[in-house]
Design a protein around this ligand. Structure first.
Ligand code: F6P
Length: 372
């Protein structure tokens, strides 16, 4: 099995974490070791390659990755503020400027004698990896994100675990909604894609599911609640994606979040807006809750672990077979690879004509665009 040449592989994790990152790291390490190669982990995105930054390059041995398949998070650390093309320059804790340090990253990568980087990331991190590849850094991409919005794969790992967490929350909210005869609005993550809301909303038998791909009218949402009341069901559960928007409104609801030295804008708050509007239009008592980062934490589901392990070994196979510049992915339950450039060209959104949306409609779940 061992190749003639010993390769030195680097691996990093970038962007928001997702359950299954550690399983990918372990798979990369074990598959590479089998070929007689060495693997090194770059900590905190690209920080480990930049002089003067916290974060190191660590040797990833069999011992170092023992027992991590089921662990959430990432042993390498990650950051959503680690863009080497716009690295923050700090002065007394404040961001005073941004500098392009991408050449330093590429140089450090070559100085350390690495042959290829396995970049595990979502849409944004894979785009950065692609830009570094254009500067001469050999890269193989592994798609990660709970949002499931990477076009070059049917599923990213982390998504199913997030759906499981959200579905369990919706199940629990049902009983309290019924006990109090309230409308409960559950806001889930997903950025501007509705995958988590749609899958968990249908699996959790929510009465209304609102996703960014289908702008909603509050009247249609309220009509569903009234229709239930007429049938003697005096409570309802609404599952809303953080990126869902009212018909005719361009912008989704956002909030400012403190992020170290700066403040960042994040999607969030639509659940509360919808709850208030339902209360106003129907007179019903409503409550809203935001599941937030709960959806990113915890043990990856067996399905996500399996995809993660398959992606990790496939990334090493890609390097061995010289498919550099590719991203691995899943198509019809088989592993594929395609040029990263192509895989990230566009994002993957829920099709309003897709079968899960159709399933929802035929189950009587309102999507908020019904005629009233
Ligand atoms: O992309 C993953 C994700 O969890 C999104 O669903 C969410 O909008 C965003 O990241 C939250 O980002 P942060 O962790 O920076 O708050």
């Amino acid at each position: 099995m061992a190749d003639q040449t010993t390769k030195r592989i680097a691996v990093n994790t970038g962007g928001g974490d997702a359950p299954g990152l550690n399983a990918v790291i372990r798979a990369v390490v074990l598959a590479a070791i089998q070929r007689g190669w060495e693997v090194y982990g770059i900590e905190d995105g690209y920080a480990g390659l930049l002089r003067g930054e916290e974060g190191e390059v660590v040797a990833l041995t069999r011992d170092r990755v023992r027992g991590i398949t089921f662990l959430g998070g990432t042993i390498l650390g990650t950051t959503s503020r680690g863009n080497p093309f716009e690295w923050p320059v700090l002065s007394e804790g404040e961001v005073v400027d941004r500098r392009d340090r991408s050449d330093e990253v590429v140089e450090a990568f070559h100085d350390r004698g690495f042959d290829c980087l396995v970049a595990i990331g979502g849409d944004g991190s894979l785009r950065l990896a692609q830009r570094l590849a254009e500067k001469g850094m050999p890269v193989v991409g592994v798609p990660k994100t709970i949002d499931n919005d990477v076009a070059g794969t049917d599923f990213t790992f982390g998504f199913h675990t997030a759906v499981e967490t959200a579905t369990e929350a919706i199940d629990k909210v049902h009983t309290t909604a019924e006990a109090h005869e309230r409308v409960m609005v559950v806001e889930v993550m997903g950025r501007d894609a509705g995958w988590i809301a749609l899958y968990s909303g249908v699996a959790g038998t929510a009465d209304v599911v609102l996703i960014p791909e289908i702008p909603f009218r509050i009247e249609a949402v309220c009509e569903k609640i009234r229709e239930r009341q007429r049938r003697g069901r005096d409570f309802a559960v609404v599952c809303v994606a953080e990126g869902a928007r009212h018909e005719g409104r361009e912008e989704a609801v956002t909030k400012e979040v403190p992020s170290g030295e700066v403040t960042q804008t994040r999607l969030g708050g639509i659940g509360q807006v919808v709850a208030e509007e339902i209360a106003e239009h129907t007179g019903k008592e409503t409550r809203s809750l935001v599941l937030g980062h709960l959806q990113r934490g915890g043990t990856p589901s067996p399905y996500d672990r399996l995809i993660a392990l398959r992606f990790g070994t496939a990334a090493v196979r890609c390097i061995a077979e010289d498919h550099i510049g590719c991203m691995v992915g899943l198509r019809d339950d088989g592993i594929t690879h395609m040029p990263m450039e192509e895989a990230i060209q566009q994002k993957k959104y829920v099709s309003p004509d897709g079968d899960v949306v159709q399933t929802a409609r035929e189950l009587g779940i309102a999507l908020g665009d019904e005629e009233v």
